[in-house]
Design a protein around this ligand. Sequence first.
Ligand code: BGC
Length: 507
Amino acid sequence: MAVVISSNGNSKAFDAKMTVYVFICVIIAAVGGLIFGYDIGISGGVTAMDDFLKEFFPSVYERKKHAHENNYCKYDNQFLQLFTSSLYLAALVASFFASATCSKLGRRPTMQLASIFFLIGVGLAAGAVNIYMLIFGRILLGFGVGFGNQAVPLFLSEIAPARLRGGLNIVFQLMVTIGILIANIVNYFTSSIHPYGWRIALGGAGIPALILLFGSLLICETPTSLIERNKTKEGKETLKKIRGVEDVDEEYESIVHACDFARQVKDPYTKLMKPASRPPFVIGMLLQFFQQFTGINAIMFYAPVLFQTVGFGNDAALLSAVITGTINVLSTFVGIFLVDKTGRRFLLLQSSVHMLVCQLVIGIILAKDLDVTGTLGRPQALVVVIFVCVYVMGFAWSWGPLGWLIPSETFPVETRTEGFALAVSCNMFFTFVIAQAFLSMLCGMKSGIFFFFSGWIVVMGLFALFFVPETKGVAIDDMRDSVWKLHWYWKRFMLEEDEHDVEKRTD
Ligand code: BGC
């Protein structure tokens, strides 16, 4: 059954305070994003650690020792990539189950399930004595990510007062970037702890997982989820508690109304295939593809490996990853600040040009100055790091957060969770593709990989220019009239649906 955020969305200002309780709930739930980020950031550092390679990937270790023989290929190993990518494949599968548990059990139990998967996964990965245990651990962590990434953004949107929804939604992305940064710092310090630094690094995710598990006992279920499951009295009480006002009748009625409406849609997935769903569906899915084909995760997963490729030593490579991680966090604040001012389109278009220039500069320097066996000169290596940082900046205030925000705000109420679940799994699928293929692509395409990503950035910039309408300030349930019906291309699908409705009525 479909789930709703609110029938009126922000079209109506309901009386609501930003209560301390909501603040605590937001922080605890967003810890789910922190674990996701930690998992993204930790794998690159761990796979660059010799102790880890010796234990699980001895052939990669051997090749690394002879790195001067081929800069671009020293880490190319399908199993090594599987260590990173298995998590995303598991998350993809899990997000479909998570969509069901979110509807049937609620958001809070779904987050609790996520933390349990995380804890078992961390135990297995950090304590691994063979490669199977290691990969199985990563798979369980992936289940955690699938459950967490479905429940947390939904929880945040439902619990936030409508006027703060955009900013609070990006808190999720902010926590992701903080998780990546913490992982980079942990990598930096644990790399000098022999021989088990990698175990500490992988085990570190246990701390936020515990916070999420115990923290989720303190937070409430969302009113929408309670009302949807016919716990109307509890739903109303919770609404009073989180809004900090006694009179919540109007908002309560709107949620009840939206839940009733959503209940009439028996099969939201079929509804998603109808013409009227085409714009949010196509945009939501393509944004995930484009987000990943900016090439961001080539940097997030493999930054230390990449920096070693261009000639940095182990420590310098890990430190550079800490620097990119810090820039990622700080630039996300720019996104939070600008998204409701300049709008989504401006950020997407500006950053496309911005990221394109960076990728081209990096590609040209590597093509010119890094041959297969030499190392990059100091000045060129520095320029590469600077352009990686500037590139990360652009991503952090645009395609990063907007990849999550836009699908969460453009699906109509009756298909919102299902549409969002598809977007999450699509994101995980393309993240998996990049994680699995990047090192082989680097080996095969060499510096050409940066031109490959540049090509996609041009395509996504054009897509944003022609097909992504502005949704800034538009009420969440008013997209159809205020956005799609007015768009030069998407309006045809709305007309098609209207004509179909008229035909049905006259039959
Ligand atoms: C993306 C991740 C990426 C992260 C980087 C997120 O929005 O979904 O794949 O690693 O941003 O900050």
